[in-house]
Design a protein around this ligand. Structure first.
Ligand code: DGJ
Length: 333
């Protein structure tokens, strides 16, 4: 074989091999089935049957700027993601002006009503509106239809997160600037409203996320530093209503959470192990489409939570086990 043929073969085979591997590379470019960097920033994941759906801000450079978009991706192994297009394409629903904001979409599935309910942070350019927007769909990939916006429990709400407890009860997490903390709140029977204050955690944190692991609730969040990363922190409680412990660092503070900001903790329950994945964004405010995802299994248990130094890793979705991919390259941050 001549050199050109060998080079051609490598160009074809090497990417195919990399794609077929079950490697998650924190901070890397994460391609979907079309070879495009996944657009699901500030996102959240739900599991329906065997399938995972990942929703998040779709911030492609060539988006029509009068719309905001929510991307939807589907996967059975959390590694290979098929693009299901835009679950939501929305033009300024409340006349907020050119630079209106749609951030951190989260979707809940209402089993009885067979309805998907999407919450997102809706705001004007100066982040003064501080509401949630709600949109609904009969299919996971949408198109979702905009319904309304409001301040949950009548309170200013900016970053939102979602938590679905082991019994299926859905909760909205939202940051409340005036009261310097964040709420965990219960939804109405149809999921279309936020009706119950379950807990107010008096700590000025956003990017809020909660997981229930071996009898304890763990909450994480990041400080209020705009798009810049900071040391994310965690606290624990025996019940969602608290009392919650003091907040502690989840990683060496000088790494600023390895340049990332929390968006969710995803529990993968396999036949042999339960792995909790820290899902975070490495924001690039000037080139948002290129913002990266930092996903890394947490060391968690007995009241402690720690984010190990990110490195490529593999996940066995059946057993729930994970291990380093053996690739020791440093993660960019
Ligand atoms: C931090 C938030 O977590 C992001 O979702 C976004 O609202 C930025 N602040 C805006 O500065």
């Amino acid at each position: 074989m001549n050199r050109i043929r060998i080079t051609m073969l490598c160009l074809l085979v090497v990417p195919a091999l990399l794609f077929s591997q079950n490697v998650i590379t924190p901070g890397g470019v994460w391609s979907d089935d079309k070879g495009e960097h996944i657009q699901a920033h500030g996102g959240g994941i739900i599991k329906l049957g065997k399938k995972y759906y990942w929703y998040g801000e779709a911030r492609r450079a060539d988006n029509d700027t009068s719309y905001r978009y929510v991307g939807c991706y589907e996967s059975e192994d959390l590694v290979h993601w098929k693009s299901r297009g835009h679950a939501l394409k929305l033009s300024d629903p409340e006349q907020l002006g050119q630079r209106w904001v749609l951030e951190r979409p989260k979707v809940f599935y209402h089993k009885k009503n067979r309805t998907y309910v999407m919450y997102f942070h809706l705001d004007d350019a100066r982040y003064k509106l501080a509401r949630v927007g709600v949109a609904v769909s009969k299919t996971p990939q949408g198109p979702f239809k905009y319904l309304k916006s409001f301040r949950p429990l009548g309170l200013e709400s900016r970053d939102i997160g979602q938590f679905i407890d082991d019994d299926g009860t859905p909760y909205l997490i939202f940051e409340s600037r005036p009261t310097k903390g964040f709420y965990i709140a219960g939804l109405s029977d149809d999921y279309l409203d936020v009706v119950k204050e379950v807990c107010f955690i008096r700590s000025p944190l956003e990017g809020g996320a909660v997981v229930h692991y071996k009898g304890l609730y763990y909450a994480i969040g990041s400080a209020l530093t705009g798009w810049n990363p900071n040391p994310n922190k965690y606290a624990t409680a025996k019940t969602l209503a608290g009392p919650w412990s003091e907040f502690k660092d989840i990683a060496p503070p000088e790494t600023n959470t390895y340049g990332s900001q929390s968006t969710m903790m995803l529990k993968v329950e396999g036949t042999k192990a339960v792995t909790v994945i820290f899902m975070a964004d490495q924001w690039k405010p000037k080139t948002q489409w290129d913002s990266r995802y930092l996903w890394m299994p947490l060391q968690i248990g007995e009241g402690r939570l720690w984010l190990p130094e990110p490195q490529p890793w593999t996940l066995n979705i059946k057993t729930g086990e994970w291990k380093p991919a053996g690739d020791q390259r440093k993660v960019p941050f």
